[in-house]
Design a protein around this ligand. Structure first.
Ligand code: NAI
Ligand code: ENO
Length: 311
């Protein structure tokens, strides 16, 4: 937990819209640290709401988004990025003046463009993105320690009330996250390199292995080394969430994939022509990058994937 973790509630009532991995982790983390007096929740499907009630996820699970946000001083949109705009439109009439709306979407420019037009006068919008997650989804996948010692990027647009930003920062720090601020377009490019393109590459690699069914049925599973296992973990991530990420961060992802393909072709050529110097120089450079990350103490390896509220 961060040393600057506040004592006592940061918000009176927090509403979580969309009750999956991130919302449930936020709920357990906020409750554990006493950061909100009451947390309400809403999810689109009756089945998810039922599960949430059964496991005690949220102090009150509501049957409409409007009911969940009524009286909330913080509303967090925890739905796939493709539906953020529609959800913002749905809740807008029920938002109380002075409230803050935030989101946890993996893409920022698209979410800002889709949500901002629906934010009423007197309501603050502070977009955010916790750089923490797992390949699991749904209300039962969350755990209180997910955000500990992980980054959360706040992406406020110019002119946003600094107090609204500072308050949201206190909430995330209270959940154990390290908080930074970033411009939306820069965020989307950085995430295209560090998260979106790598996910697509993992999806592709697992797809290729699956195409070789002869191998998949037996040897791939039996003999898979750590690298391929990591790919299969990432490729098990939620299809709806990732479809939306790629469709809404199109430009940056295509830019990075273009560069990736060029480098891949160069390596492919080096293998075909037997250019060992090229391969060796390339791998030496990438090894130095990894060592630099470790020396800088920035190796945020996968968190402990313990499940449930006590994790
Ligand atoms: N999974 C991860 O590792 C991370 C995800 N994110 C972002 O967080 C957001 C949520 O992701 P997860 O919690 O992983 O997803 P999830 O799939 O676990 O949960 C999403 C929830 O939203 C609900 N939902 C979908 N459409 C809805 C609608 N129109 N109205 C109300 N509820 C709706 C679903 O029923 C589900 O309860 C996404 O925008 C994602 O990009 C951010 C960081 C990490
Ligand atoms: O599970 C993993 O390895 C992740 O990369 C989790 C993740 C997924 C999406 C995000 O926007 C942030 C973090």
């Amino acid at each position: 937990m961060s040393e600057t973790a506040p004592q006592g509630p940061v918000y009176n009532r927090v509403a979580l819209i969309g009750l999956g991995l991130i919302a449930s982790s936020m709920f357990w983390a906020m409750k554990r640290a006493g950061l909100a007096d009451e947390v309400t929740g809403f999810a689109r499907s009756a089945e998810t709401r039922e599960t949430a009630r059964r496991i005690g996820l949220c102090d009150r699970v509501c049957d409409s988004a409007a009911e969940a946000v009524a009286g909330a001083d913080l509303v967090v949109l925890c739905v796939p990025v493709g539906v953020m705009g529609a959800v913002a439109e749905e809740i807008a009439p029920a938002l109380q003046p002075g409230a803050t709306v935030s989101d946890v979407g993996s893409v920022k420019r698209h979410v800002i463009d889709a949500v901002t037009p629906h934010i009423p006068e007197g309501v603050h919008f502070v977009p955010s993105h916790p750089l923490a997650g797992t390949e699991h989804s749904g209300p039962e996948s969350g755990f209180a320690s997910l955000f500990e010692n992980r980054w959360n990027l706040l992406v406020p647009v110019e002119g946003t009330d600094p107090e609204a930003v500072a308050r949201l920062r206190r909430l995330w720090e209270g959940m154990g996250a390290n908080v930074d601020e970033m411009d939306a377009d820069h965020h989307d490019l950085v995430l295209a390199v560090t998260s979106h393109a790598p996910h697509l590459i993992a999806y592709t690699m697992v797809g290729v292995a699956d195409d070789l069914r002869r191998v998949t049925d037996s040897e791939v599973i039996k003999y898979s080394a750590a690298g391929f296992r990591d790919f299969t973990r990432i490729a098990a991530s939620d299809p709806t969430m990732w479809r939306d990420v790629f469709l809404s961060n199109k430009e940056a992802t295509l830019e990075i994939l273009g560069r990736f393909t060029e480098e891949l072709f160069a390596l492919q050529r080096a293998i075909r022509t037997g250019d060992g110097d090229h391969l060796h120089a390339y791998f030496t450079r990438t090894r130095a990058i990894r060592r630099g990350i470790i020396e800088a103490g920035q190796d945020t390896a996968a968190p402990d994937f313990g499940r449930g509220p006590k994790a």
